[in-house]
Design a protein around this ligand. Structure first.
Ligand code: SF4
Length: 338
């Protein structure tokens, strides 16, 4: 296969085939070609996002053991990391959201475990919305939802959601993949913009599985796609696989960008790193409170980074960072300048 021809196709907004994605994914991560793939993804990503990266910030409303039992998640009952339940108060939720707004996050994500009471989520969301500037972008990161509930999220002031069909959904999780897909449709039908990602990638995932997931995320024109590696939860059933390197993750981030339609401006990675940024990631997350990749109750004491840290990583990678509300969730169009 011809690398130059594939890269040109991607730059011309032509869809790459599964075989072409596999070709890009199958280079060893330290091959010369991977540096070329990352550089071209970086240029395309900058061009499509007006050279501006974004930092979104997430905080959690609760910690609870979750029976969906995703093997990669610290909330999962089978990983026995958190055996107690707690929820933050309305006041704490408002304070967290206000702090992240003050710190300059381009969008604020409110996260819960899958079975958090939906009525309470709407009430607390109303309180948060009331205290934020009207232009602040609010995003829900919650479990699967009916169309009716998706409409309620929109009415509560959410501009979008984060929702992903995870790699090996239904095998490494107790959730029917069809249910995840149905929820994505519900969110979009309700007028919510959906951000997504190829995640959580581990060494056990073949290039074929990754390519299929890139194509799936491209199929519904999300606000952003991207790629994130699985973080090992000690004692989890996936621990023995280990983790992929940041370099391999950067390669997948780059290939994901090249596989996305240009209408999709955002390309995320998590956890934030400069290798991801130079490979074309233009979206990182800061985190507060509980975090499914962390064993600390407050991820600020563990793996979670701040908005300032994420901005710094982008700046060190020669990205500018957007100030103001997220353009990815606004579906803002930029002119290509490659
Ligand atoms: S990832 Fe979400 S659904 Fe899965 S165990 Fe964790 S909280 Fe539950």
């Amino acid at each position: 296969m011809d690398l130059a021809g594939i890269l040109e196709k991607a730059e011309n907004d032509e869809r790459l085939t599964r075989e072409e994605l596999l070709f890009l994914l199958d280079f060893p991560s330290d091959a010369m070609e991977v540096y070329t793939i990352m550089a071209r993804s970086n240029r395309l990503s900058k061009s499509l996002s007006g050279h501006k990266a974004e930092v979104h910030a997430q905080f959690a409303l609760n910690i609870a053991p979750c029976g969906c039992d995703c093997k990669f998640c610290s909330f999962s009952t089978l990983n026995s990391v958190f055996d107690k339940r707690w929820e933050i108060s309305f006041d704490e939720a408002v304070q967290n959201a206000e702090l992240l707004e003050t710190n300059g996050a381009n969008a604020i994500f409110v996260m819960t475990t899958a079975h958090y009471a939906f009525g309470r989520f709407l009430e607390i969301s109303g309180e948060i919305r009331k205290h934020l500037k009207s232009e602040t972008v609010l995003i829900a990161n919650v479990g699967d939802q009916t169309l009716e509930n998706a409409v309620k999220l929109k009415e509560a002031g959410y501009q979008g959601v984060y929702h992903a069909l995870r790699l090996r959904e239904g095998t490494d999780t107790n959730i029917d993949p069809g249910q995840r897909k149905k929820s994505i449709r519900h969110f979009q039908e309700a007028g919510l913009s959906v951000g997504t990602c190829v995640e959580p990638v581990g060494p056990e995932h073949s290039s074929g599985e990754i390519a299929d997931m890139i194509l799936f995320t491209a199929s519904f024109l999300p606000a952003f796609s991207g790629a994130a590696r699985r973080i090992t939860i000690p004692g989890s059933p996936l621990e023995s696989y280990g983790m992929i390197s940041e370099m391999r993750m950067a390669q997948i981030v780059a290939v994901t960008r090249l596989g996305m339609p240009h209408a999709v401006k955002g390309n995320c990675t998590h956890e934030p790193c400069s290798l991801g940024a130079i490979a074309g990631a233009n979206l990182f997350w800061a985190e507060m409170g509980a975090n499914p990749r962390d064993v600390k109750e407050n991820t600020e004491d563990g793996r979670g980074g701040t908005v300032a840290h994420c901005r710094k990583l982008f700046e060190e990678s020669d990205w500018k960072v957007l100030t103001g509300p997220s353009m990815f969730y606004a579906g803002e169009n930029f002119t290509k300048d490659i």
